[in-house]
Design a protein around this ligand. Structure first.
Ligand code: ACM
Length: 547
């Protein structure tokens, strides 16, 4: 709902109305407007309860970042009843929902009350959207009048995710932190970090230094749309040290975001194989380069890929590979506290396994049906290992083929059918269908820059319903939520990433947070002009579909 505010009385000089309309995204569950106002400005204190000091620090961090405004932080017991303050408090109500907060603005106080610090943090994000999208709103001692109101709010889905592929193009720590900021501002709580690819291995693994020394770099990249008009011949790459990974995980956790690492297997593994050829069923065979692929540098030996697509040289299901992957996962699980570890599982051609004597023998020995059965054996074996460390695997929906690993959560990307089948089999599901949430697809019919293709306009994202109609009532609970995916073949810089995600990610935030009954495209569209002003405040690039 777009709230038009009553005229506020008694404004003093240097004080304006903070917002003439409320345009909060994602739209809260319930907003009640009251008469009167609260003066927001330099004189306001932030009052903390037991457990909300971190939230107070974050609120001040945002006020400083957007407005160069820093408020005094005090314990609630030290703030007199007369002092205008923002009280951050942990709820004493019975059975609040996960993420539920109450935000109340009265004449002398703003109170944000949540069941835990995470819920209070969501209330803070809402409060920030009650302030003007103007970085000078508080300069020179200025303040503004917030309307008195009461907001009750909580998320619809427990999994509100965004993915980022750093394999095709690499983005440094600074950009990843910006990405986490974007997630936090719109109440996302999972960052799926796609860390290994054919075109680059991006995470330092101490036991296998060649993964980043060799696998972290390629000799060139195709120019233009696949298969490319040429090759730029630029040595390209990068990786995150383990210290940087820890820094990112902490930055995310400060914003109540869980980072899920993805270590791809058995496909999309060219970079790892270039570093350790024994991981291939055919270690001595050079990487195949198609005749129409513009290539830079050596064509012999195992190579990190320079073009996009799916490649046949995949992990061999040998004891060498399993030991390697277990050792890699040991280091990964030490760095990421996430319950979920994503193990990929998508787009694994079976051609090498078909002609490998070793694989054919293994299929016989293990009484598997075929190569799909071998993939299922591969994933199930890794799942057992990950489970033995107290974690759970997530895989792309191909892990359904040949039999689903017993405890796996499925990411449904090739449409909704994988998610439907997994939920019907009582497996948890995260919906990421290409048609609705692949933000690498074009936003307009006539593309204004090179993209992978497809067409995903804003209203299609906004109108996406993550719970498929085909699921019965008791099966719907297996849909944990949904996620927007950002594959970066055609996103060589951060500016382009921003352009591709905004405003589609904003639309998705409402799909994931707001009750289905409150979702309304026309209303969302009417809030977009202010959303765009807020993008300016956030200093992010975006596509404007209203132009
Ligand atoms: C995928 O888009 N290959 C999961």
């Amino acid at each position: 709902m777009k709230k038009i505010l009553p005229i506020l009385m008694g404004l003093v000089a240097q004080t304006s109305i903070c917002q003439t309309t409320l345009n909060i995204v994602p739209e809260p569950v319930q907003i009640q407007m009251h008469a009167g106002s609260f003066k927001f400005g330099h004189a306001v204190n932030i009052a903390t309860d037991q457990g909300t000091l971190h939230d107070a620090v974050m609120l001040n961090h945002y006020l400083d970042k957007f407005y160069k405004l820093t408020l005094k932080v005090k314990k609630a017991s030290e703030v007199s009843g007369q002092t205008p303050s923002i009280l951050l408090s942990l709820s004493r109500q019975k059975n609040p929902l996960p993420g539920e907060y109450h935000l109340e603005v009265s004449d002398s106080h703003v109170v944000i009350n949540g069941r835990d610090p995470e819920a209070v943090f969501y209330g803070i994000q809402t409060l920030l959207q009650l302030l003007p999208p103007d970085s000078t709103a508080f300069t020179g001692g200025k303040g503004c009048e917030l309307p008195q109101l009461a907001i009750l709010d909580y998320p619809r889905f427990q999994y509100r995710g965004m993915h980022l592929d750093v394999g095709r193009h690499f983005f440094g720590v600074k950009d990843i932190k910006k990405f986490l900021d974007y997630l936090a501002w719109q109440k996302f709580n999972y960052f799926h970090w796609h860390l290994t690819e054919d075109q680059g291995w991006r995470i330092e693994i101490k036991r296998y230094p060649r993964l980043t020394q060799i696998g972290g770099f390629r000799n060139g990249t195709i120019i233009g749309h696949y298969p490319g008009t040429g090759n730029d011949s630029i040595h390209y790459g990068g990786f995150y040290t383990q210290a940087e990974v820890k820094e990112i995980v902490k930055y995310a956790s400060d914003r109540y975001i869980t980072v899920i690492p993805e270590i791809e297997m058995p496909g999309h593994s060219s970079a790892a194989i270039a570093a350790y050829p024994q991981l291939s069923c055919f270690p001595d065979q050079s990487t195949e380069v198609k005749p129409n692929t513009p290539w830079a540098g050596s064509r012999t030996g195992k190579q990190v890929q320079q073009t996009w697509g799916v490649f046949p040289d995949v992990y061999c299901p040998s004891e060498y590979t399993f030991t390697f992957l277990e050792n890699v996962l040991d280091e990964v699980m030490k760095l990421f506290p996430s319950k979920y570890i994503h193990i990929g599982g998508d787009e694994c051609p079976k051609t090498y396994w078909k002609r490998s004597e070793f694989c054919q023998q293994l299929i016989k020995e293990k009484h598997l049906k075929n190569e799909e059965g071998l993939q299922s054996y591969f994933i199930s074996r890794i799942e057992k290992y990950v489970n033995s460390k107290g974690r759970q695997i997530i895989g792309w929906d191909e892990i359904l083929e040949g039999g689903l690993a017993p405890n796996a959560t499925v990411m449904s990307w090739r449409g909704e059918i994988g998610g439907i089948n997994a939920a019907k089999a009582h497996h948890y599901v995260i919906m990421t269908p290409g048609k609705y949430v692949y933000f690498d697809h074009a936003q307009r019919h006539e593309e204004d820059s090179v993209t992978i293709g497809g067409y995903l306009p804003l209203d299609t994202v906004y109108n996406y319903e993550p719970v498929p109609r085909q699921l019965a009532q008791d099966e719907q609970k297996y849909v944990l939520g949904a996620q927007g995916n950002i594959w970066t073949e055609y996103m060589g810089n951060w500016n382009k990433v921003q352009y591709m995600i905004y405003p589609r990610m904003t639309a998705l935030s409402e799909v994931l947070w707001t009750p289905k009954s409150e979702r309304n495209w026309d209303n969302f569209k009417s809030r977009l002009p202010e959303v765009f002003q807020r993008y300016h405040l956030w200093n992010v690039n975006y596509y404007n579909p209203l132009k």
